[in-house]
Design a protein around this ligand. Structure first.
Ligand code: G6P
Length: 486
């Protein structure tokens, strides 16, 4: 593996700033194994993480230095950070208008086509803002490379235009881009006007290596590249010849950080939550879902399936509880607020229709309490992971790693995680609520031997590799791809 200096670029950085008790701004680290792995790679190679200033506090900190360069220390770990501060209106157009609204909905096939989206002059302003912010990232990265050569790892759909914008400023830059979410199919892409579609595809083709979570997203991207007249696509080698360069496409399924999850599971806070949950459950079987309040997660059809399950299999009434732990997400978008309200209403309707004095069929908790999530992972009998589309889905990996009851995983075929876990899970077609109801019943009735066998297989598959391996594999492939070009 190369020990070259690594620059990471992402919209959300590893650290954000919040006001402490005395009003002074203090750094706070983002959660998750990916932050650990990428910031580890940045620190050990003497690199830097370029990210957006997402809040007023971030902008204030960015303005305190000439280039937005900061070196926060959180829990004894040092972060080398460069924050890009944009005016709030431009940032809102970039983040909410394009990234969260247009691109997220495009890649997750969430459009409600008779009504949305409508692309008007506001969309053109949003797109200009998206280009501008991507351009600012490219400029900052080019400056950093100029000062000291480095490999660049660009993260996710917020920064789709960065690879080409950086290549225009630094022809020999070594650039890997990773797309964490699904990649749109050809129907959705064909509905985009050419001025957006071409920008998006050629933006990504500025990279030497374009990575995806699962083969199906890589294939969608390669198919999309065929729509560019001047690109030559070799599907078998997963390569695109573009502007006299070869762009390598790769598949790198992201993994969870098993050790730190197990450590959390052993903590007193999780033990206390476990006791509370066991008391609440009162010996009933537990159907669990853990998600952000996110339309692509298919939470509503999950409730519909549970309702159908209670109707079709009345023998399970009073013997099962459905715990839905939802983390509030993107409440500044009206679609998300409406969806969250609809989830609350669906849960209440089931409780009103089926509840009894000593049994509430659904317990919906909308908050951000990871200790409670980890406690619930330990206890479920059935874990429902039924997204419409999902790049990977880490709940499907975290749950089986921590579960202590040989719980059964119900998993959408359309989640990236299905490629690794599908054989040991019960497969779901996410739109089919009747089949999902049957699958809940099948999972609850599964004989102990089969549950144990599947749970063991899931633990092995979900625990394979680490976020650090995930970074290392991409660095090795970037090295190969970039060296071939030199
Ligand atoms: C999900 C996706 C990531 C994405 C993130 C953005 O977690 O899996 O790929 O980067 O959302 O969320 P944010 O809160 O930063 O808008």
């Amino acid at each position: 593996m190369t020990a070259r200096r690594i620059l990471v670029a992402s919209n959300r950085g590893p650290v954000s700033y919040v006001a402490g008790d005395d009003g002074a701004l203090v750094p706070k680290r983002g959660a998750g194994g990916l932050v650990t792995a990428l910031s580890g790679a940045v620190q050990t190679t003497g690199g830097l993480w370029v990210a957006s200033a997402m809040s007023a506090a971030d902008r204030e900190m960015a303005a305190s230095t000439p280039t937005g360069r900061l070196d926060p220390v959180v829990d004894e770990a040092k972060y080398a950070l460069r924050l890009i501060a944009e005016d709030p209106q431009t940032y809102d157009r970039f983040y909410n208008g394009i990234s969260n609204h247009m691109l997220w909905f495009l890649h997750h096939a969430l459009w409600n086509l008779p009504y949305a989206p409508t692309l008007d002059s506001g969309t053109r302003d949003d797109w200009e803002a998206y280009r501008r912010v991507n351009g600012r990232f490219a400029e900052a990265l080019a400056e950093e490379i100029d000062r000291n050569p480095a490999d660049v790892l660009v993260q996710d759909y917020h920064l789709s235009l960065v690879p080409a914008a950086l290549r225009a400023r630094a022809a020999h830059a070594r650039i890997a881009y990773f797309h964490h979410i699904p990649f749109a199919g050809s129907v959705e892409l064909s509905l985009l006007p050419g001025w957006i579609r071409r920008d998006l595809l050629t933006g990504l083709l500025g990279a030497d290596l374009v990575g995806f979570q699962a083969a199906r997203w890589a294939e969608n991207f390669l198919t999309a590249c065929r729509s560019l007249e001047d690109a030559q696509v070799d599907t078998r080698r997963r390569q695109v010849r573009w502007e006299d360069r070869i762009v390598q496409v790769g598949v790198y399924p992201i993994t969870v950080e098993t050790d730190s999850l197990l450590e959390t599971a052993d903590s007193p806070a999780v033990a206390a939550r476990t006791t509370d949950l066991e008391r609440w459950l009162g010996g009933r079987r537990l159907l669990l879902r853990v998600d952000r309040t996110e339309p692509s997660k298919n939470i509503l059809r999950g409730f519909q399936a549970y309702e159908e399950f209670l109707r079709r299999y009345p023998g399970w009434r009073r013997k099962v509880c459905f715990l839905a732990l939802l983390n509030p997400s993107r409440q500044s978008l009206p679609e998300y607020r409406r969806y969250t309200d609809a989830c609350r209403e669906a849960a209440e309707a089931i409780n009103a229709a089926f509840g009894e004095p000593d049994w509430r069929p659904v317990e919906l908790r909308i908050n951000d309490d990871f200790d409670e999530v980890v406690a619930a992972y330990g206890l479920y009998d059935v874990l429902l992971v039924n997204p419409v589309l999902d790049g990977m889905n880490l709940v499907a990996k975290e749950g089986p790693l921590l579960n202590r009851r040989d719980g059964v995983l119900l998993l959408s075929r359309t989640a990236g995680a299905f490629a690794e876990l599908g054989r040991q899970a019960l497969a779901l077609d996410p739109l089919d609520v009747t089949a999902t109801a049957d699958a809940i019943n099948a999972a609850l009735r599964m004989p102990a031997g089969e549950r144990a066998r599947r749970a063991g297989g899931l633990r092995r598959a979900a625990g394979a590799g680490s976020p650090a391996d995930w970074v290392a594999r991409q660095m090795a492939d970037l090295d190969r791809a970039a060296t071939r070009e030199e």
